[in-house]
Design a protein around this ligand. Structure first.
Ligand SMILES: [Zn+2]
Length: 102
């Protein structure tokens, strides 16, 4: 049976109780009040939140790189074409496309 941590709303006493998912909320062992609150202290919830934050940050920086690359590539190509010529750039740097059909 799973164990849960509870805090009594009446007297503030914290206690641990074993009971099934569908069983009624246990009474406070200190004052026998039934208005107790379940404390959520499980680790998986914390881990899930951290990994979600990391994933979001990674996506944002990747998108920033993509837009930066899309902005810089035509300028770079233009420079290379003026130095080396159109044929040279097309042959050696096919990834630098002049049109936006990438
Ligand atoms: Zn109590």
């Amino acid at each position: 049976m799973p164990r849960y941590d509870y805090r009594c709303e009446n007297c503030g006493h914290q206690f641990e109780a074993k009971h099934g998912f569908n069983d009624p909320t246990p009474a406070c062992p200190n004052c026998e009040a039934h208005n107790v609150q379940r404390l959520i202290t499980t680790m998986p919830a914390v881990k899930k939140g951290m990994s979600a934050d990391a994933g979001h940050g990674g996506t944002a920086s990747k998108e920033q790189l993509r837009s930066k690359w899309a902005e810089e590539t035509p300028k770079l190509r233009e420079k290379l074409v003026s130095k080396l010529g159109e044929d040279m750039v097309s042959k050696n740097l096919p990834e630098l496309k002049s049109s936006s059909d990438a």
